[in-house]
Design a protein around this ligand. Sequence first.
Ligand SMILES: Nc1ncnc2c1ncn2[C@@H]1O[C@H](COP(=O)(O)OP(=O)(O)OP(=O)(O)O)[C@@H](O)[C@H]1O
Ligand SMILES: [Mg+2]
Length: 572
Amino acid sequence: MNKTNLQPITNESQPTSHVKVGESRVNSSEIVRLEHRGIDAFFYAKPVEDFVGGIGNKVKFHENVAKLFGGIDFSSPFYVDAKVSKRDVEAARRVELRVRGAPEEQIAQFMRDSEYLVHNMEEVVSNGDDLVPVQVYSMEPSGYRTLRVTDETDIEFVSRSDAQDRSPDAPGSGSGGAGGGPGGPGGGDGPGGDSENDVDIDVTPKKPTKSFDEDVAGLDTVKQTARTMLAMFDPQKQEQVERLYGEGFASRGGSMLLYGPPGCGKTLVSEAIAHEAKNETDIEDEYGDVKFLEVKGGDVLSRYPGESERRIEAVFDQAHQVAQDGFAVLFFDEVETLIPDRSDDSLQRHERSLTNAFLQEMNDIEDNLLVIGATNMPFTIDPAATRRFPIQQFIPQPDAEVMAQVWEVNLRDLPNADEIDFRRLGEESVGYTPAEIADRVLGSDLQREFVESVVHDDREAITPDTDYLLEWLNDTEPKTVRQYVSSVREQLDDLEGYPEMQRYVEEQAEEHGISLGNGGGGLGDLLASAAGGGSDAGSEGDASEGGGDTGNGGGDDAPGALPEGRAGGGDS
Ligand SMILES: Nc1ncnc2c1ncn2[C@@H]1O[C@H](COP(=O)(O)OP(=O)(O)OP(=O)(O)O)[C@@H](O)[C@H]1O
Ligand SMILES: [Mg+2]
């Protein structure tokens, strides 16, 4: 590595565009990469003769630059890397600025002509003999600390009234410069950080407790795919594969996307994968403690511009940190909310930059970090994301046999468990999702019934035998699948990349008398819309239910979809 540790010095009298470095340190490079506290950013270098003013071991820059690093910590190294070039800095697609004290057009022209390197901060730009402040409000693509303005960059100026309504994106919101490694502790959490811009998301690692063997019924193919994937994180297995088949087939384990209808075990399987990694593989011996980090897409989303991207970066930063002394399984539930298809015309600008930010983070995944995403709506995901999740696994709605196991898994602690006819219960609950059984049929109402039998003296203890349980089952209607299918019926074409899912939706639509495509109009549709099927696919809401036929469930355990190279275009 051609980087040197120099002493940082800040001043106010020079523009933010250039940092001063001794000639011998930069050789002939016109650009340097500054790296401090795990954060990096690019600047033009202004070489200074080494003996003048004794710059030899120093690097000088405008004090605003220090904010990018969350302030300067003199006990940590401050690296200057001159082995970089303009090509290392991502081109800016769009920047939003506010200028005071100079004509906007002039600043825009200057930035284009000089291929200005912008940062999320108040830049100070030379204008004749003056320095004018240029507040950078946002930059796209997001996820970079530095972007290069080009002729193609869309430069927009924020008016004074707009500016009052919004705070600029926090300094240091990028995840390192282009090509830079994972950016250490996230933006704004250092002593010099701006507390106003602290990122408001905290992912607490937990020990995975659900296991394939004890808690996940059926899904044999899913388990098999997961075990194979985990094997590729095991260095010994990797070596073996390399020995037998060559290096090309021995790459590290990839990230995994779990998709399928709601309530059929995606979240459960994710935790069980972490449990498997921890308890049934050599991963822990190789890397250290396995931890499970769970993030809900919805918790990341924010209505403030740039905030969702910052949270994504913060989440990945936390995962990198956890992975540092162990192995992290980072699970994104509802992942579709974080990687919406950028070609969707109805998307807002910030939603596209969220996809960019997520994909950018997915490019920098170390060996001891496994990312799992789960979604009910794979067809809304950006095609470029499918390459970041090379292992894609359909989680089907279970058949009777697996439903029997779902009952058993949930009731095996009952004293009379041996006498319950789980097979029968399984057969009767085809058409329900496991979540409907676990959370609704065997949920809080049943618990209350049990508790009341204990609390009230006049009640007798209940024996929850097969008939008793069937009664509870028959008191509830299966709604999830119907609602789900009616909400996705118009998107069948977008399901092409997900054949198991397509087949599943077709089967269930037929089962429930729901017509597919935009045509609409069938009786099933009317019933479905009466049931509140609209857009809330995952919900198990309280909408009144029409119909009430019991579907046949369908959906055998689908074959695992190992890398298929369903490459999409256009990731930035
Ligand atoms: N294969 C299974 N074996 C046993 N129980 C299951 C299985 N699948 C689901 N369940 C039960 O259903 C509950 C909900 O499942 P889970 O949350 O994993 O579904 P999901 O696919 O993530 O749903 P959503 O799409 O709504 O997030 C689980 O907590 C568990 O009790
Ligand atoms: Mg879930």
